[in-house]
Design a protein around this ligand. Structure first.
Ligand SMILES: CC[C@@H](C(=O)O)C(=O)SCCNC(=O)CCNC(=O)[C@H](O)C(C)(C)COP(=O)(O)OP(=O)(O)OC[C@H]1O[C@@H](n2cnc3c(N)ncnc32)[C@H](O)[C@@H]1OP(=O)(O)O
Ligand code: CO
Length: 139
């Protein structure tokens, strides 16, 4: 089951400048900064009610964010939904004909298991599924 709009992922060139801008915009500083080596990104998270803003900057030319920003301007890169059972939702979406970008859930930022749905199968929007896990869980 989809349970929440977990975060909006925003692709930015300059993480420090974007962090300062969003701190002013939202009136609160971020609650977390995290490097995710598997995605080659640095992230900054802001809480907004029950959802979050995730700022993302690529840390290598191979990063999906770096590649995206060579073709597109800064802005909304993906929409992330919280799910209660990521494997069940992946199986359901596959059955419905969506193209998943991961065979298995992978470790994302902020203590989540994540899986991406190709934008070409989701009306032009890159969709991320997220399931919360304990910080000590390893998959
Ligand atoms: C920090 C971890 C995690 C979290 O916990 O929150 C994250 O959020 S990580 C975020 C970064 N990681 C990812 O995005 C991983 C998933 N993405 C991918 O695998 C790829 O980016 C992609 C979506 C498969 C695209 O890669 P690729 O096919 O190599 O790029 P192209 O430039 O050739 O794009 C093909 C096609 O798709 C369109 N596109 C690409 N990205 C997006 C996007 N974010 N939103 C909408 N559309 C997108 C692109 O415009 C191309 O379309 P056409 O030009 O019409 O062919
Ligand atoms: Co994300």
């Amino acid at each position: 089951m989809f349970t929440n709009l977990e975060h909006l992922g925003l692709a930015v060139h300059d993480l420090e400048a974007a962090t300062a801008l969003y701190t002013t915009l939202l009136g609160e500083p971020p609650y977390k900064k995290e490097h995710v080596a598997s995605e080659a990104v640095d992230t900054v998270f802001f809480q907004v009610g029950g959802s979050k803003i995730e700022l993302l900057a690529g840390t290598s030319p191979d990063s999906a964010i770096t590649k995206y920003l060579t073709k597109k301007p800064e802005g909304i890169h993906h929409v992330a939904f919280e799910v209660d059972d990521i494997r069940a939702e992946m199986a359901r979406l596959r059955q419905e004909g969506f193209v998943l970008l991961n065979e298995e859930p992978k470790r994302g930022a902020d203590n989540k298991l994540v899986c991406f749905v190709h934008p070409k199968s989701a009306a032009g929007v890159l969709v991320e599924l997220c399931q919360s896990i304990s910080p000590t869980d390893h998959e």
